[in-house]
Design a protein around this ligand. Structure first.
Ligand SMILES: NC(=O)c1ccc[n+]([C@@H]2O[C@H](COP(=O)([O-])OP(=O)(O)OC[C@H]3O[C@@H](n4cnc5c(N)ncnc54)[C@H](O)[C@@H]3O)[C@@H](O)[C@H]2O)c1
Ligand SMILES: N[C@H](CO)Cc1c[nH]c[nH+]1
Ligand SMILES: [Zn+2]
Length: 436
């Protein structure tokens, strides 16, 4: 990991380097994605079968593209029962966290002859993309489906690439079934996003597509945005640890590597006020890397996007952390709750030495689909809010409208929108004429 003294200049350089990881810098794949989307739109299922053969080396047909109940039953036999128990325990936590996010419709009182309100309605059909290229993510299945389910979405359509044997990974299927997916299709990549956005003979068009994926998935989501809604463009994972000399360097090193192992483009950053602590963490990182199975990926991500930053004091450290706006932030300092109150930008904040980031990835309850690439400055975690929409409700009695109708007529006339003015005026034209 690169050890750097924190200054305004070094923070700027680091931010520039981190931005190289943004899906916005992968224009070179845009043409390929545009071609895939256009073909899926024009040819439907036939294009899905062709691309699945080309990219996933699997033959799917009209008969096999949808996961059957038998395949789900078979998956339950293949997954370790104790893992099924863990998935169920995680589900309880994730569900109860998201239930607290539910919003109610509201309506004002009607004493003055008016009633205003906001009606909350769940989305009708949602598409959940579950990545399955290089690794499998049953935890992401739970994180994407549970908030949709809690919101009350009618139909949850999941897609995921098939493995080399033409089947969906069994633990992904178990997680999907436990969380409440209504239907599951064996298709991945940009072609899956096209199918969910436009609909094909087999796959229904949805209103919104959520879920992380590789660069082809990210660019396809970006391209269909507006035609359907999307959650966000999730980039490679990030962790930023804010720690002082009271933290345990062995633990902090382990936490940094937990996200570095996701991707060669993942970032792992330590900001600390103690140079001695920084060296201890660096040493621990080197010790750990040798023993971890994804050593090659970790080494690459640390080489490119791994930093140990030395700050003068905690305020300077927090200021830099706010600039970086990391997806995950751990605060392991003398006064972590006090420091947390000064943090403005982070997707999720983990406090104290026993709240290591993977606790949030799998189990605690908050969603692990989080804003990356500095977008925590304006985006939030995936939540129930992503699966609802709000309709405004307006009711005025005749008396209530009569009291203010002239104001509206004047306002509309000032915009030279006489049809608007007329639609109000016609309701009172006889009285208004009499009163002239
Ligand atoms: N932010 C989160 O919550 C979160 C959670 C889990 C995973 N992720 C990320 O999601 C990503 C998953 O990527 P993945 O590749 O493992 O799975 P994926 O399912 O996103 O991608 C696999 C698909 O990509 C398509 N593809 C592969 N090569 C292609 C090519 N040359 N041209 C066109 N299409 C091609 C194939 O159709 C294949 O089905 C990783 O970056 C991982 O870090 C993020
Ligand atoms: N940390 C990832 C999001 O950045 C989510 C994940 C899934 N499985 C393990 N981790
Ligand atoms: Zn993770």
């Amino acid at each position: 990991m690169r050890k750097v003294k924190l200054t305004k200049e070094s923070t700027k350089d680091i931010l520039e380097n981190l931005l190289k990881r943004s899906p916005n810098n992968y224009g070179k794949y845009e043409d390929a994605v545009t071609t895939i989307l256009a073909k899926v739109r024009a040819e439907g299922d036939a294009a899905l079968f062709e691309y699945t053969k080309e990219f996933d080396k699997v033959d799917v047909t009209k008969e096999t593209i949808r996961v059957t109940q038998e395949e789900i039953d078979e998956a339950y036999k293949l997954v370790d029962p104790s893992l099924i128990d863990v998935i169920r325990k995680a589900l309880v936590n994730i569900r109860s966290f998201h239930e607290k996010q539910l919003q109610n419709s509201w309506f004002t009182s009607t004493t003055d002859g008016t009633m205003l309100g906001q009606k909350v309605t769940a989305l009708n059909r949602v598409g959940v993309y579950v990545p399955g290229g290089k690794a499998v993510y049953p935890s992401s299945v739970l994180m994407n489906i549970v908030p949709a389910k809690v919101a009350g979405v009618d139909r949850i359509v999941m897609t995921t690439p098939p493995g080399k044997d033409g089947k969906v990974n069994p633990s992904t299927l178990v997680a999907a079934n436990e969380a409440g997916a209504d239907e599951i299709y064996k298709v991945g990549g940009a072609q899956a996003i096209g199918a969910l956005a436009y609909g094909t003979e087999s796959i229904p068009k949805v209103d919104k597509i959520v879920g992380p994926g590789n660069i082809f998935v990210a660019l396809a989501k970006k391209a269909v945005y507006g035609y359907v809604s999307i959650d966000s463009i999730a980039g490679p994972s990030e962790i930023l640890v804010l720690a002082d000399e009271t933290a345990n360097p062995h633990y902090i090193a382990a936490d940094l590597l937990s996200q570095a192992e996701h991707d060669e483009m993942a970032s792992a950053i330590l900001i600390t006020t103690s140079e001695e602590f920084a060296d201890q963490v660096d040493k621990e990182v080197i010790g750990f890397v040798e023993k971890l199975s994804r050593k090659a990926i970790i080494e690459k991500s640390l080489e490119n996007f791994g930093y140990i930053l030395i700050a003068e004091d905690m305020d300077e450290a927090i200021e830099a952390a706010n600039e970086i706006a990391s997806e995950h932030m751990e605060i392991v300092t003398r006064n972590p709750f006090e420091d947390m109150m000064k943090v403005r930008n982070a997707g999720a904040i983990f406090i104290g030495q026993y709240s290591s980031e993977p606790l949030g990835d799998y189990f605690a309850g908050p969603n692990h689909v989080l804003p990356t690439n500095g977008t925590a400055k304006f985006f939030s975690a995936l939540s129930v809010d992503d699966f609802i929409k709000k309709s405004s409700i307006v009711y005025y009695s005749r008396e209530a409208l009569k009291k203010i109708h002239k104001d509206i007529v004047q306002f509309a006339t000032s915009e030279q929108l006489t049809a608007h003015a007329n639609s109000i005026a016609v309701r009172f034209e006889d009285e208004d004429k009499e009163n002239e």
